[in-house]
Design a protein around this ligand. Structure first.
Ligand code: HMG
Ligand code: MG
Length: 308
């Protein structure tokens, strides 16, 4: 194994599973709640421990996740498993607290146009609204994650200045978020760009407080993960079988497939705590639940080679 190619590989990384939220929010039809529960059960059985289960957003904006409270009642609660949900405002927090979520996640974009289309506010207004979410969530005993979207490029504005992202992330940490997941929402990023973006962020923030969230629209997600690994990032978001996208970001195809990420990490001798065979089974469940073929590579090819 060419571990020497990499200067600093970790023994272990964390996989943060977003398919029940990022995956199912983008399906043309609302998946019935029992199907969502089946999917989450299969993901937990495969060893995933951090899952984003749903969103407490406006059901008018994202009807696919309108059953958030109902789903929360049937989540398989297990020792060591934490469930998070997107939460854009005070109303979302109230719902999340009522549903006994372990965590919530706030979200905004670097680019004004995507932010406006996604949450109907400017970036400044969105940050101001987080004051009604983050401190009260912390006071209620919840941890708060944050997402920063469109950092690698915006579907409406094109190129984005990552330095603006650094300013926003500073504000998110000041508010009390424990981790910020940096998002390539439309999957345009390439490795050298990822290196430049991360160099900027790592001048200001410890790698342990950053996660990476790649959509795999152009097949570059894993290459970007490798850059993140090399630079010390230890948490990566992924979605089973490559489900996913943002309904307010045209061209945002599926997220990096969890099986592809885990297959690659395990092949490099990096532990995840996930059983890859069971993860592949969870991919089959995902496909059955959404009723269409899913794009993940390992999902399609299987774990073992023909020679094996
Ligand atoms: P708005 O229309 O400006 O909201 O939407 P408003 O405050 O004016 O309220 C309007 C109506 O919405 C009211 O109802 C509120 O009660 C209701 P009405 O009186 O008209 O009947 N409302 C809510 N209902 C339930 N739960 C709530 C809530 N808030 C208001 N929390 C809002 C603003 C933020 C609500 C809306 O724009 C929204 O829900 N947007 C969500 C968009 C979204 O979920 N996008 C996808 C997730 S982001 C993503 O995928 C990127 C990510 O994966 C990272 C990456 O890839 O980069 C995270
Ligand atoms: Mg996303």
């Amino acid at each position: 194994m060419n571990r020497q190619l990499f200067a600093s590989l970790p023994d272990r990384v964390q996989v943060y599973e977003v398919s029940p939220r990022d995956g199912l929010q983008n399906e043309p039809l609302q998946v019935p709640t029992p199907g969502k529960v089946r999917l989450i059960e299969a993901l937990v059985a495969a060893g995933l421990r951090r899952l984003e289960a749903t969103s407490f957003v406006s059901p008018r904006w994202v009807p696919q996740l309108a059953d958030a409270e109902q789903l929360a009642r049937f989540l398989p609660r297990r020792e060591g498993v934490t469930y998070s949900a997107l939460c854009p405002n005070a109303q979302g927090l109230e719902r999340a607290l009522g549903a006994h979520m372990d965590e919530v996640a706030v979200f905004l974009s670097v680019s004004e146009t995507h932010n406006k289309k996604n949450v109907n506010k400017t970036v400044a207004e969105t940050l101001a609204a987080f004051r009604d979410v983050v401190p009260p969530a912390l006071a209620a005993g919840l941890r708060v994650r944050a997402y920063l979207s469109t950092l690698w490029g915006c579907p409406y504005e094109g190129t984005v200045d990552p330095r603006k992202g650094v300013e926003i992330v500073r504000r998110l940490f000041d508010l009390g978020c424990y981790e910020v997941s940096l998002g390539d929402t439309i999957g345009v990023g390439t490795p050298l760009q990822t290196r430049k973006i991360l160099d900027l962020f790592l001048e200001e923030f410890p790698a342990s407080r950053l996660a990476l969230h790649f959509h795999d629209t152009r097949g570059t997600a894993l290459a970007n993960v490798m850059v993140g690994l090399e630079l010390g990032i230890r948490t990566f978001d992924a979605s089973i079988a490559g489900l996913g996208g943002c309904p307010y970001a045209p061209g945002a195809a599926g997220n990096l497939a969890t099986e592809d990420l885990v297959y690659t990490l395990h092949g490099m001798g990096i532990e995840t705590g996930i059983d890859l065979d069971k993860l592949v089974e969870a991919g089959r469940v995902a496909e059955a639940v959404v009723g269409r073929p899913l794009p993940g590579k390992v999902h399609q090819a299987g774990v073992r080679s023909l020679r094996g």
